[in-house]
Design a protein around this ligand. Structure first.
Ligand code: NAI
Ligand SMILES: C[N+](C)(C)CC(=O)CC(=O)[O-]
Length: 493
């Protein structure tokens, strides 16, 4: 469904607002921010730097162009052109109501207004609003730029179509919207977090465990299970071959034993707060918060990539996000004309800071990455897109010859010129020449590509529309000729 969102606004740019801004920008959406904090720009730039770093590690496709970030002095100025507005101000109803009143006064008629609230019900947020039908809960999880889940909660006052538009937009920026059927304090996920947190506080107060021991109990055990199967699927497996029924028969009675202190809330006395804070300092005080964020992000990226490889859970959101990044990266190339006697210009990129090695130059395997991204651009160009791949047809690279001609420094812009050197019904032989801004060749890559039936794992002839496109390119490139280095084996010495 078309969501119509071209521009977003973020009201509040702290931990969560900053995470939203990073997700939107990295997905190519322009964002206008209002946050009265005197250091809002510094905080945002640090969150954004961590997010860019995480995306570079997480995504295989080129990152593409980021959206534009602007800061504004008033809410009115920030929201006036926005199609999607995300409120992430402190968790206080009076502040949220004041902010919604200001947003409503200026926002465009059809603008979607989501709130990051962890616990308020949408009816509480809508209370006193002129246009309650525009306000809904879009509750994310920290770090917003990495975790896909967003809980969408509405009331009967909301237009369901507006929520569908919001869901479509949030899906497009890589999120997994979960529609909460009925409004409830703290939605779905925070109910769990509160329950676990309460237990944790009691275990500390009663002198049973320290903050570190509690974290170990989670991260070495059930936390790993929850990340990939959640609660009920995990317990189904724990029931053995007899599954869920057996699990409930065995452990159901424990629920009425004193295994939990959920009914009680420990009073957060100064003494308890001091005990928790001191233990937390001992556990993690050697890292700054930004360092901890990077450690967390690297771990999450690894977990998300493992889940992607198994096409499971949050990994499916990552896979879909990557497909969108590939499609976006090559959308421009689809408009390229095929000209007689001229190589195709389908892909350009920039040498990133973290691609550079101890010699100060782009490291060896990044040359292959640039060439492989160029090959992907070529494949999309000839019609081998997601729709074609869904037919069980794809291309595998079976041979590559790279010539490293020149060093590349961080920040250099590289442009690929691609030509078709040869073809038969199952194979394509292509050559990329990679030029820097001065027009010097920095490397060449010659690749043999084999068309395959991915379900049967065997080579097979290409099909329409790829065949027609390849035919046209072959005719246009026939006259360019083959450079002397093409097809040459590595020299003997
Ligand atoms: N921190 C977390 O783990 C999560 C928080 N949330 C929710 O997100 C919202 C924001 O929480 P955090 O980002 O953690 O808080 P935070 O304290 O990090 O950020 C709040 C930001 O709002 C700004 N602000 C204060 N008054 C404002 C106003 N009138 N207009 C615009 N900006 C204003 C502050 O300067 C600050 O930068 C809350 O509703 C919270 O429940 C949701 C998911 C997770
Ligand atoms: C602790 N919290 C209620 C702010 C947590 C959330 O709302 C979600 C999260 O990211 O854990």
């Amino acid at each position: 469904m078309a969501h119509g969102v071209k521009k977003a606004a973020a009201i509040g740019g702290g931990v969560i607002g900053g995470g939203w801004v990073a997700r939107f920008l990295l997905n190519g959406i322009d964002v206008a921010v209002y946050d009265p904090h005197p250091e809002a720009k510094r905080i945002m730039s640090e969150i954004l730097a961590n997010a860019e770093r995480a995306y570079a590690k997480m995504l295989l496709p080129p990152l593409g162009e980021m959206g534009t970030l602007t800061f504004h002095d008033t809410i009115a100025d920030a929201v006036k052109d926005a199609d999607y507005i995300q409120e992430s101000v402190p968790e206080r109803l009076d502040i949220k109501h004041k902010v919604f009143a200001e947003i409503e006064a200026t926002a465009k008629k059809g603008a979607l207004i989501g709130s990051s609230t962890s616990g308020y019900k949408p009816s509480e947020l809508q209370d006193g609003a002129k246009h309650p039908e525009r306000i809904f809960v879009a509750h994310p999880f920290n770090p917003v730029y990495l975790l896909p889940l967003v809980e969408l909660v509405r009331t009967e006052k909301n237009d369901p179509k507006a929520l569908d538009r919001a869901a479509a937009f949030l899906t497009e920026v890589g999120m997994k919207p979960l529609h909460v059927r009925k409004e409830i304090d703290a939605h779905i996920a925070d109910r769990f977090l509160e329950a676990v947190w309460r237990e944790g506080l009691w275990l500390i107060k009663d002198g049973i465990a320290t903050t570190e021991e509690i974290d170990d109990a989670i991260r070495f055990g059930f936390g790993l299970r929850w990340a990939q199967m959640g609660l009920f699927e995990t317990y189904r497996v724990a029931g053995g071959e007899a599954g869920m029924r057996h699990f409930i028969a065995q452990f159901g009675p424990c629920l009425s034993w004193p295994w939990t202190k959920l009914m009680d809330v420990p009073e957060l006395t100064d003494e308890l707060v001091e005990m928790i804070a001191t233990q937390s300092d001992e556990q993690s005080g050697k890292y700054t918060i930004r360092e901890l964020e990077r450690i967390r992000d690297d771990n999450l990226v690894g977990i998300l990539q493992a889940l992607k490889a198994n096409d499971w859970g949050a990994g499916q959101s990552l896979k879909e996000m990557e497909n969108r990044f590939y499609a976006k990266a090559h959308a421009g190339s689809a408009k390229t004309e095929i000209e007689d006697g001229k190589p195709l210009q389908l892909y350009s990129t920039q040498v990133r800071g973290d691609w550079v090695d101890y010699n100060g130059h782009m490291t060896e395997f990044r040359y292959l990455q640039v060439l492989a991204d160029g090959t992907d651009a070529f494949l999309i160009f000839i019609g081998m897109d997601e729709t074609y791949r869904k037919r069980g047809l794809s291309i595998y690279t079976v041979e590559t010859h790279i010539r490293h001609v020149r060093e590349c420094k961080a920040g250099e812009k590289l442009t690929l010129y691609t030509r078709l050197l040869g073809k038969d019904e199952k194979r394509l032989r292509i050559l990329h020449e990679v030029l820097n801004e001065a027009g010097d060749v920095v490397c060449t890559g010659e690749h043999m590509l084999l068309h395959v039936n991915t379900e049967e794992a065997r080579a097979c002839p290409m099909e329409s529309p790829v065949t027609d496109r390849v035919e046209t390119i072959a005719r246009a490139h026939g006259g360019i000729g083959t450079p002397e280095f093409a097809g040459r084996p590595i020299r003997t010495i």
